[in-house]
Structure formats: structure tokens, C-alpha cells
Design a protein around this ligand. Structure first.
Ligand code: PMP
Length: 771
């Protein structure tokens, strides 16, 4: 930190003139130069030659000064055509003179030739110069490869990326919004990048090449590299990434700067693959360092901060633009300019053609053109070009994409045993016991299957056997799966709009657009009364009521909020008619709606059967039916129930790992807290975006209903479709729902943080502006 505190010596110029004559035999006109920690002056001697007089900070380590001088002497010997300052020896033949300032402080005094020209930072940063700078840095590194000096060892310089673990306190001086972005970034870099550095080729490097330390001749060529005060023994690639990132002052020119600088360097000193593959991380880390140090300086010494911010080092705009490009894309570019193999990414059109041929003419994909995802990481999905997308859509990875604890559990169990429920096993018992633990109403028996559809299909079979009835009830525009029986419970998937003869649909309790509107007294009860009509019809046809299947989140109806009395009112009516009530927790379970683990708890009801799917295995296919012992016994009296994969060892290991993570990471609470924050931010957004007619939902199951006119509530169907693509352009994945397709559906992993909310809301804001 001492190196950051500007406390430069300030000897009178007349005294410096005397000392220059005495020790270096130099006489002439002297002008002061800017310096951060030393006193620098320029002297023009009688022959017209110019010299830099350097009076070191009293706190400067003599060995560090000697390292600089020794390096320049080495360079003069091994690379005489390299444009670096030459060392002037004292009249006594020494490298430095020891002088005493009027205040009694001892300083080292030494002299280099002055390199005339313009500071590069003042000239436009052309592609040609970027390339030339890269080549020059490589030449310098090449010339320094045989040099060593103990003072360049472990210097503890803040700019050394290996100091990252000590950098956290610097975050404190940054605005909250920046801290939220940078803190996890720094943590990730420490974990992923630092362990890879000791394996790289290392040597003494300049350590501080940037546009203020490069001098240009009048024709724009590089006439000099100056300031060897930050030399350090470090990975050679630090000089590439340090210099390149300091030249990244314009978020729009990241590709050019990296491609030109790296290819210039590579033309002289070919990068190794391990170095090329670290460029993105090291540039990002250096930018983060710059931002933190700039922020710290702004807080400590506003004068010095001007110099830093003026230089444009480490701007948040550049950091965000680099992240938006993504590691894969940047690394591909770096590898390409270095002539290294780059894995080919199949063309989207080619994939689409192959898919049509193989999987039918209807693509059923999101977005036009569709996205080709290749990797998932927590709340992010990364496409084949390396671009990360914030996933606000996929409800399956409830604990985050590819959570290491879940993938680890799957891999471990897969190596040991994966068989079926024909054998005894503990993992399945532990899983089922944990699922049923604390459930109300004697819901204590499980049937293990592989999907939500299967779970609902089994639930339906249980209900028909238990009740002897044939009639089914479901929400209009509901969805519960794909089997023949459950397709009848999925009107939202029907293209014909025909409802099966044994089915009746119930009005969706939609207080915004439905028959009864928010503000109506007893809204839930009004909607529930619709079940009387449906039940009477089923009874009139002699079908009776076997089951009502209910999605507590009313997701396909547009994420309707729980209406007090609605589900309870329907359950009462169904039971009075002899039917069973099935809570389909495929969407609403596992904390999705916040506050409670189960969605039905939001409605104050106890179901007869619970079905789960999607998030149970965080992507591994798991379906479970949970019911009361007597219902299950009735079912297996007529059916030898067995599912080959249902409840296999690996699935149960996955299911248990998901429950572990939800508990350990407090994800139900997080869903409540972050969901409330997300909703509040969307409500704030509604104030300035007239297209938003309604914001609703609970926990991290949220809906935005878009209307072209808030008065008439005319659905903004086309705008919603366009908005989804615009959101994709902004790097955020969402989906649409509802009969009119005008409701944006938001269901991110429950690991979502307020920082992710900020990204998503900013994207909505920008996309709504352009829709
Ligand atoms: N129930 C609900 C509420 C669902 O949303 C879905 C899937 N979208 C299913 C059941 C069917 O699950 P799966 O696709 O795993 O068969």
C-alpha cells in the first residue's frame, strides 16, 4: 500500500542542478516532470541531450532502484536497439548517488536518458499501434528473459494479480451496485485463476506497460518504453494482459484491442495455449483490480484519483462489456489470432435443418433464431458463442444449473450402483422419508416415477380406482403433462381446443382479466362456485368426480396469485362429490412460491395426492406421487406397480442432494426475500413502462401481464413476443404464458440474488423501451 501513497520528494530545482553537476557532470536547464512517488526532472545538457533526473522517494528500497538500473544495463547489453532509457553512471563510476535533502532525508539520485516524444495516451489508439505495442512488449520480455534480480521477487505490489486474496478490503470504497458485481467476480477469479498461475512460464517483466509509459515518435512509431519501477517476477503473460487491459478504455473496442495487441505480442513471442486460455480471466481480473484501486484512491487522495480515472483504467462499462462477451467467445478469438485450434461451433441454420429432419417440422424452440446452449452455471446459461444468459425462465434447475453438490452426488452414485426398486436400498427410503416428513394429512406413502406427467398419470389412476368415478376437473388453460390420460388435463396444450368428454374445466381465478376482478368481495369464493356447475355437469352425465388436479402457482394461467378461499372452496366441493384433490407441485413445489416448501400451503389446503417432478432432481428426471396409505393400497390391489427407472439409486441420490442444497443454502427463504425484492422492482418499473398492466406472483414465480392499454387491458400479445426476443438480446431469458400469450413468466433458480434482479430489471427496462 505504501506504493500508492504519493509522497514524492520535493527538492528545490537549484539544489538538484548542483547535485546533477556534482554527481553526474550534467549541467543545463532543468524542468520538473510529473511523478507519483519519486521526484523526476528533465535536464537538457550543453550538447542538447536530454536526461531524466530521478530522486527516489526516501521510503524507496535501494534494492528496487538497483533492480531498475540493472535491468536497463542488461537491456543495453542484450538488446541495444530496444527503445528504453539508458543509464548514466556517476562521475565516480557508480549506478546511483546518495544525496541528502534540506530536510535531512537521504535519497537515491540516479539518471536515465530522456526519451523525447509524445505520451501514447494522447494519441488515438489505432490498430497499427496496438499491434506494435504488443510486439514491443514481447521484445522487451524477450530481452529480459535472462535477467534476474532478487528485488523483483516477492514485492507485494497491489497490481500483482496474485495479491487478489488481499484485495477484498478495497471493495469497501466502491458504490454498492459495483461491489455487488465485483465481489463475486473477484472471489471466482481467486478460486479459478490463481491456482493456474504457478504453472506458467515466469520471469522478470516490466509489469506496468500502459499508454502513459509508452512514448511515440512524431510518425506514431513507438519511440520508447519508460518507467521500470514496477518490475516484478511474474508470469510472462501478465505483461500481455496488464497492458491490454489498461488499453481497454472503450467498451466498444474490446475485440480490436485484444486481437491486435495479442497478435502483435504473439508475432514476436508465441503465446502458449495455457496462456491464451487465461487471457480473458487475467484481463478481467486486472480490470477489477483497476476499478478497486481507482475507487480506493478516489476515497484516499482525490488528486491522484484524477490521474487514474482520467486514464480510464478499469471502467465498469468495460468490465460489463467484457463479461457480456463471455470467456468462451473471447478465448476463441484469442486462440484464433494465435493460430491455435478453435473448436468449430455448428451453424444455427445447420442445427435447425438437422433437427427438422430428425424431430419433425415443428421446432418448438424458443427465440428466432433459436439459441444453442452449451453450458449452465448457477443462474446462467452459456451459448455456443460463449455468451452468458441470465436464466429467469427455467424452473427445473431450482438450486442453479449444474450445482456441484447435485452433479457430484449423481456421479458418485453412478460409479457405485444404479439399479431399481426390486432390491432394498437406503437412499430411496431416506429420500421418501424426507419428502413426506412434516406433510399434513397422513400423506406418507410414495410411488416413484420419472416425470411430472407420469406422476399425474399415476395419481389419476389412483383416483379412478379409489372413487370408482370417471370425471375429471382441471383449470381452463391448465397443463399437467403428456400421457393420454393427462393430456385431457392439459387444455393449454390442445391445438383443437376440444375438451375430452369426461373432463370439465374450471374458470381460472384471474382477478386481473377474469370474470370477477380484484377488489371484489369474496373473489376466491365467487370463482370456487364455478366448480358447482362443472361437478353438476359431470354428475348429470353419470361420470361422477374422480379428481381435480390443481397447480398451486396457476402457471399456465399466467402466474395467478393465491386467492384466499379459492382452492379450498373447490377442494370442499370436489370432496363433497366424492372426488380426490391432487396438488400438482411440479411447478409450485420446492420453495418456488416462497414462504412454504409446498405450493398448496399458500392455499391453506391439504391435498389427497401430491405429485412432483421438474425441480426434484434439478434436471435429473424424477417424478413422485405422495398419497395416503389407504389410497395407495387400493391402487396396488389392482395394479402391480413398478417403474424401471423410478426411484433408482442415482435418482434418489440426486433428489437427496437437491433437498440438502435447498436446506443448506436457505433457498426457500431466499425465494421469499429475493422474490419480494424482484416484484417490488418490477412494480417500480411499471411506473415508467406503460406496457406493464399488472405485476403478480409470490416468491420466485412472478408474472408480468402486458397490455397495450391499461384502461381496456387489451392484451399486448405481439409486443410480448417481441419483448422475449429483445430480452434475449439483452442477455436475459424469460418466457410467455396465458391464453393471450401476453404474460411474461419469471421463474429463475432459487439461488437468484438482488444483483441478478438488478440485471433482469435493467434488461426489462431497456427491452420495453425498444419493443
Ligand atoms: N405438471 C405441471 C404443473 C407442469 O408444469 C408440467 C410440465 N410443464 C407437468 C406437470 C409435466 O411434467 P413433465 O414434463 O415432467 O412430464
Amino acid at each position: 500500500m505504501k506504493h500508492l501513497i504519493a509522497n514524492a520528494p520535493d527538492l528545490p530545482v537549484a539544489l538538484v542542478a548542483d547535485l546533477a553537476a556534482e554527481h553526474f557532470g550534467l549541467r543545463g536547464q532543468i524542468v520538473p516532470l510529473y511523478s507519483e512517488r519519486d521526484q523526476n526532472l528533465r535536464l537538457r545538457d550543453g550538447d542538447g541531450a536530454e536526461w531524466t533526473l530521478k530522486i527516489a522517494n526516501a521510503a524507496e528500497d535501494a534494492a528496487v532502484v538497483d533492480c531498475q538500473i540493472a535491468a536497463l544495463l542488461h537491456l543495453a547489453a542484450v538488446a541495444p536497439d530496444l527503445p528504453v532509457p539508458r543509464v548514466r553512471i556517476t562521475v565516480d563510476g557508480a549506478r546511483v548517488a546518495r544525496i541528502v535533502a534540506p530536510d535531512g532525508a537521504a535519497h537515491l539520485f540516479y539518471v536515465f536518458s530522456f526519451i523525447a516524444g509524445e505520451i501514447a495516451a494522447k494519441a488515438p489508439l489505432t490498430s497499427a499501434r496496438l499491434y506494435a505495442s504488443g510486439a514491443m512488449v514481447a521484445r522487451l520480455g524477450h530481452a529480459l528473459r535472462g535477467f534476474y534480480h532478487a528485488a523483483a521477487g516477492d514485492r507485494g505490489l497491489l497490481w500483482d494479480l496474485r495479491m487478489a486474496p488481499q484485495m477484498a478490503p478495497f471493495l469497501a470504497d466502491l458504490p454498492e451496485a459495483e461491489r455487488r458485481v465485483l465481489a463475486p467476480l473477484l472471489e471466482g477469479l481467486i478460486a479459478d485463476v490463481l491456482p493456474r498461475l504457478p504453472g506458467l512460464r515466469a520471469q522478470i517483466i516490466h509489469g506496468d506497460v500502459h499508454e502513459h509509459n509508452l512514448i511515440l515518435s512524431p510518425d506514431g512509431a513507438i519511440a520508447g518504453i519508460i518507467d521500470f519501477g514496477d518490475m516484478i517476477h511474474a508470469p510472462l503473460v501478465f505483461d500481455v494482459t496488464g497492458a491490454a487491459s489498461d488499453m481497454l478504455t472503450d467498451a466498444g473496442r474490446i475485440d480490436t484491442v485484444l486481437a491486435q495487441f495479442v497478435s502483435g505480442f504473439h508475432s514476436v513471442t508465441p503465446l502458449e495455449e495455457a496462456e491464451a486460455d487465461l487471457i480473458y480471466d487475467l484481463v478481467l481480473m486486472r480490470l477489477v483490480f483497476s476499478r478497486m484501486i481507482t475507487g480506493w484512491r478516489a476515497a484516499q487522495t482525490p488528486e491522484a484519483a484524477d490521474y487514474m480515472t482520467g486514464a480510464g483504467f478499469g471502467s465498469m462499462a468495460v468490465i460489463e462489456a467484457l463479461i457480456a462477451k463471455g470467456k468462451t467467445a473471447v478465448t476463441r478469438q484469442v486462440r484464433a489470432v494465435c493460430g491455435m485450434p478453435v473448436e468449430a461451433v455448428p451453424d444455427i441454420a445447420e442445427l435447425v435443418a438437422r433437427r427438422r429432419a430428425l424431430m419433425g417440422s415443428q421446432l418448438y424452440v424458443f427465440y428466432d433464431p433459436p439459441l444453442h446452449m452449451v453450458r449452465g452455471e448457477d443462474v446462467w446459461l452459456i451459448d455456443a458463442s460463449g455468451r452468458p444468459y441470465l436464466d429467469c425462465y427455467n424452473n427445473v434447475p431450482i438450486v442453479g444449473h449444474c450445482h456441484a453438490q447435485v452433479t457430484g452426488a449423481i456421479a458418485r452414485q453412478n460409479r457405485v450402483l444404479n439399479t431399481n426398486t426390486r432390491y432394498l436400498g437406503e437412499e430411496i427410503l431416506r429420500y421418501g422419508e424426507r419428502l413426506t416428513e412434516g406433510l399434513p394429512g397422513d400423506l406418507s406413502v410414495c410411488a416413484f416415477v420419472n416425470s411430472g406427467s407420469e406422476a399425474n398419470d399415476i395419481a389419476w389412476r389412483m383416483a379412478t380406482l379409489w372413487t370408482g368415478a370417471r370425471g375429471g376437473l382441471v383449470q381452463e388453460f391448465g397443463y399437467h403433462g403428456i400421457t393420454e390420460a393427462i393430456d385431457a388435463f392439459s387444455p393449454s396444450a390442445s391445438r383443437s381446443g376440444v375438451v375430452a368428454p369426461h373432463m370439465r374445466t374450471l374458470l381460472a381465478p384471474d382477478g386481473y382479466r377474469g370474470k370477477y376482478r380484484d377488489g371484489t368481495q369474496g373473489l376466491g369464493a365467487h370463482y370456487a362456485a364455478d366448480a358447482d356447475r362443472a361437478i353438476a355437469e359431470l354428475q348429470a352425465e353419470g361420470l361422477g368426480v374422480a379428481a381435480y388436479i390443481c397447480d398451486s402457482a396457476f402457471m399456465t394461467n399466467g402466474v395467478l396469485e393465491p386467492q384466499p378461499g379459492y382452492v379450498a372452496g373447490v377442494f370442499d366441493r370436489v370432496r363433497a362429490a366424492g372426488g380426490l384433490c391432487v396438488a400438482d407441485e411440479v411447478q409450485s413445489g420446492f420453495g418456488r412460491m416462497g414462504t412454504h416448501f409446498w405450493g398448496f400451503a399458500h392455499h391453506g389446503v391439504v391435498p389427497d395426492i401430491i405429485t412432483i417432478g421438474k425441480p426434484a432432481g434439478n434436471g435429473h428426471p424424477i417424478g413422485v406421487v405422495i398419497t395416503r396409505p389407504e389410497i395407495y393400497e387400493r391402487f396396488i390391489r389392482d395394479t402391480a406397480f413398478f417403474s424401471t427407472f423410478g426411484g433408482n439409486n442415482v435418482s434418489c441420490a440426486a433428489g437427496n442432494a437437491v433437498l440438502d442444497v435447498i436446506a443448506r443454502q436457505g433457498l426457500v427463504e431466499n425465494s421469499t426475500r429475493v422474490g419480494a425484492w424482484f416484484k417490488a422492482e418490477l412494480v417500480r418499473l411499471m411506473a415508467r413502462q406503460p406496457l406493464i398492466g399488472c405485476v403478480r406472483g409470490t416468491g420466485l414465480a412472478l408474472g408480468l401481464e402486458l397490455v397495450t392499454d391499461r384502461e381496456s387491458r387489451a392484451p399486448a400479445t405481439e409486443e410480448t413476443a417481441r419483448l422475449l426476443n429483445l430480452m434475449r438480446d439483452e442477455g436475459v431469458l424469460t418466457g410467455s404464458e396465458g391464453v393471450h400469450g401476453n404474460i411474461i413468466k419469471i421463474r429463475p433458480p432459487l439461488t437468484f440474488t438482488p444483483a441478478h434482479v438488478d440485471i433482469a430489471v435493467a434488461a426489462f427496462d431497456a427491452a420495453l423501451e425498444r419493443v
